[in-house]
Ligand binder design. Structure first.
Ligand SMILES: [Fe+2]
Ligand SMILES: [Fe+2]
Length: 277
């Protein structure tokens, strides 16, 4: 009997401590953990609020099509995809405790976002949710390329580890939802509908989550202006990256593996620290 195929990528189990306050020798996470800039930190923190329920949406959208998948290799990749995404959601969700300890109110926003995604899963055809997930995965792969370019090097080691681990796995499984979409016969029109849904949802959720946190910081106009300047100067993730990624995805013959991330992945895997000291 032939052995069942292995997924093309592993499911790792990191252990980040995420200590918010207390003994300084344990390297607690400061409020402005992104190079001391609270404005930039909140743009990253917004992802902790989006990912846990976003990953659940991705997993449920793909799992709905598992009975139609005939290729055992793709099934193995789907299982590993679910394992990776489940752990991403769990670790980002754990980090929300740090935000709560720092005094931020996050739960009203997170539960509202969860209700909206659940509504979307029930309202839209399953093929649209899968197409939205495939496009969402293309965007998270693009975010991963930016996160792995060295910009996290000076950040707190737990946050650096969290974002780099997540980024590596996003690049490893970037084609899984897309391949499921192709295997179940979803065509270009629905793929583009998914691109529109994913673009809108990610941009709106990201900006609203960051704004929810920044309102609680009560930043002055001058601080906001300085923050926006820092984002520009650091060339942080922004709309232009998403627009570029969307245009590439809209090419009719596009496949996620057309974009070769092997060198970036090899370097990132070499320096990945899953249990920061
Ligand atoms: Fe993920
Ligand atoms: Fe993903």
């Amino acid at each position: 009997m032939l052995a069942a195929p292995q997924a093309f990528f592993p499911v790792r189990a990191p252990h980040f401590r995420f200590i918010a306050t207390g003994d300084a020798s344990k390297n607690p996470i400061p409020r402005a953990w992104a190079d001391g800039s609270i404005y930039r930190t909140q743009r990253f923190n917004a992802f902790h609020m989006i990912f846990p329920d976003g990953e659940v949406f991705f997993i449920r959208s793909v799992q709905a099509f598992v009975p139609q998948i005939k290729d055992p290799q793709l099934l193995a990749n789907v299982r590993a995809f679910v394992g990776q995404e489940g752990r991403h959601g769990r670790e980002h969700s754990r980090f929300l405790d740090v935000l709560r300890t720092h005094g931020y109110e996050v739960d009203s926003w997170v539960s509202q976002f969860r209700r909206r995604l659940e509504w979307g899963l029930g309202f839209f055809p399953a093929s649209w949710s899968l197409a939205g997930t495939a496009a969402g995965e293309h965007f998270t792969a693009e975010f991963a390329r930016i996160a792995l370019d060295g910009r996290m090097d000076q950040h707190h080691p737990d946050l650096r580890g969290l974002f780099e681990w997540h980024s590596i796995e996003e690049l490893e499984h970037k084609a899984v939802a897309f391949d499921v979409m192709r295997q179940v016969g979803i065509g270009y029109g629905t793929r583009m509908m998914g691109l529109a849904l994913a673009s809108y949802t990610i941009v709106v959720a990201w900006y609203r989550a960051a704004a929810h946190l920044r309102r609680q910081d009560k930043l002055s106009r001058a601080e906001l202006k300085r923050g926006r300047k820092e984002v520009r100067e650091r060339k942080d993730l922004g709309l232009r990256h998403m627009l570029g990624a969307a245009l590439r995805y809209a090419r009719p013959g596009f496949h996620p593996n057309d974009e070769d991330d092997s060198a970036l992945l090899a370097t990132a895997r070499n320096s990945l620290v899953l249990e920061p000291a």
